[in-house]
Write a protein that binds this ligand. Sequence first.
Ligand SMILES: Cc1ncc(COP(=O)(O)O)c(C=O)c1O
Length: 431
Amino acid sequence: MEKLAILGGPKTINYSFKQYNPIGKEECLAVDEVMKTGVLSQYLGVWDRDFFGGPKVQEFETVAQKYFGVKHAVVVNSCTSGLIAAIGAIGIEPGDEVIVSPWTMTATATAILMWNAIPVFADIDREFFNIDPVSIEKNITPHTKAIIAIDIYGHSADMDSILEIANKHNLKVISDCAQAPSAKYKDKFAGTISDIGVFSLNYHKHIHTGEGGIIVTNDDNNAERLQLIRNHAEAVVESKGVSNLSNMLGFNFRMGEIEAAIGIEQFKKLGKITDHMTALGEQLTIGLKSLESLNPPKVKENCTHVYYAYPLILDTEQLGIKRDVIHQALVAEGVPIGQGYTNIHLLPLYQEKIAYGNDGFPWSSDVYKGNVKYNKGICPVAEKLHEKEIMAIPTCMHDWGKEDINIIIKAFTKVWSQLDALRAYDDAGNE
Ligand SMILES: Cc1ncc(COP(=O)(O)O)c(C=O)c1O
């Protein structure tokens, strides 16, 4: 048996994986066409024909709208912009509470703060890493106005339960589907059954436009408000005849024509890309599921997982080896693997409650009547996962085929075949 690489043996994976790149000649040609027109953006921040953007932006919206089977798609320059626009569009007011999970990228929660509203962190469930409906219910107060469900890693949150809670308490639901384009929740696409769904088109996602985002909704009023917030609402409302002025402070969240042209081509590849990612995830699960105390991600019945990343939970107590030691051993074998999300509620922003200025605004403001807590312990599942249990393979960052996955499985199997040696390494105080 070959010695583990962490103990001085040979590395299992001796080559560099190719970087993931979904951009091909179709995108190059599409960009070239736009460049020849010289019109790289065709927006005007006034109520005019150009309020809705140029031809490529509008064509891209039609492509996305048809693909997702929704009434409206509004494209923006990032998912972060999309989330900010979504919070504003659903009418969140200063001091309102919005429930979100801490197991996400920071922008999901800061989008709430951008409107001077208050993020309240509910815990995640240990099976799917998505916001736990039981924890949502526990965190509802008279100030709660909305829930953001994140389809983390590419698998939908428990939307049936979340929508039921939202109906019962009259709350809006936004889905952050940055990592789950084309994932299915039952017979629908992720993001399409909430009030608003938001997708990311940044460089690291399944499909991308460099930077970019797509917002989807079936509600005409939401769509109009999203379009206004995207494009300088305050300068447009009067001539457009919009009477609800709340949150009609606009931004420049506009996508350019080049990005839209790339996006149109990327959408033609989306289904194939996510099918490939799903197949790689399934191959990993088949190869890893028999390894002791290692839990591959689950997939709910009637749902699909598009494996933006591939999370693994280690039962470290059963295993008797620290996660960090296992992680190091895998990295030494050449496996590209990370340690999962930071818990957002533990960031200085929330611990110090310093967002705008230095006096604790918006938490300290008179408009906020609640008493949110961000102390360690409020999200025990997410906290324990982060501290000692989770690892994640960034599937969407590599151009992997079956053979690459086989060698990754081989590296895991090698590490697992010598757990006693790793236990001794761990017991000797190595980390
Ligand atoms: C879950 C989640 N939400 C939001 C974002 C923000 O996306 P963008 O970079 O397009 O603003 C990301 C980006 O990684 C994400 O993963």
